[in-house]
Design a protein around this ligand. Structure first.
Ligand SMILES: [Zn+2]
Length: 92
C-alpha cells in the first residue's frame, strides 16, 4: 500500500471498521510510515476538536438548500433529509 492509498482510505480506519483487508493494510503501512502516522494523528486531533465545538443551527431554508447541493454532488450514498423533530411522545 502506498501513502496515497492511505490518504484515500484512512477514514475507514477512523470509522473503526478494523477488520477489513484494506484496514489491515493501512495498519501495516502505518507501522513503517512516519508521514502517514502524523497524518492519522492530525485527523484524530481534528475530529476531537470538531466534536468539542457545538453544532451550528442552520435556518431551515439554508439547511434544505445545503442538502440539495450535497445530494446533487453525490455526497451521500442515499438522499439525505432533515431529521424529524421529536414530539416528546414515546413510540409504541
Ligand atoms: Zn505512508
Amino acid at each position: 500500500m502506498k501513502c496515497s492509498d492511505v490518504y484515500l482510505h484512512i477514514c475507514d480506519n477512523l470509522d473503526q471498521r478494523l477488520g477489513t483487508r484494506r484496514c489491515r493494510e493501512i495498519r501495516l503501512h502505518l507501522r513503517v510510515c512516519r508521514d502517514c502516522r502524523a497524518y492519522l494523528a492530525s485527523l484524530k486531533r481534528t475530529v476531537i476538536l470538531y466534536q468539542s465545538v457545538p453544532s451550528p443551527r442552520l435556518p431551515r431554508a439554508a439547511h434544505d438548500r445545503l442538502i440539495r447541493v450535497l445530494n446533487a454532488h453525490g455526497c451521500f450514498p442515499e438522499p439525505a433529509t432533515r431529521p424529524r423533530k421529536r414530539t416528546g411522545r414515546k413510540r409504541t
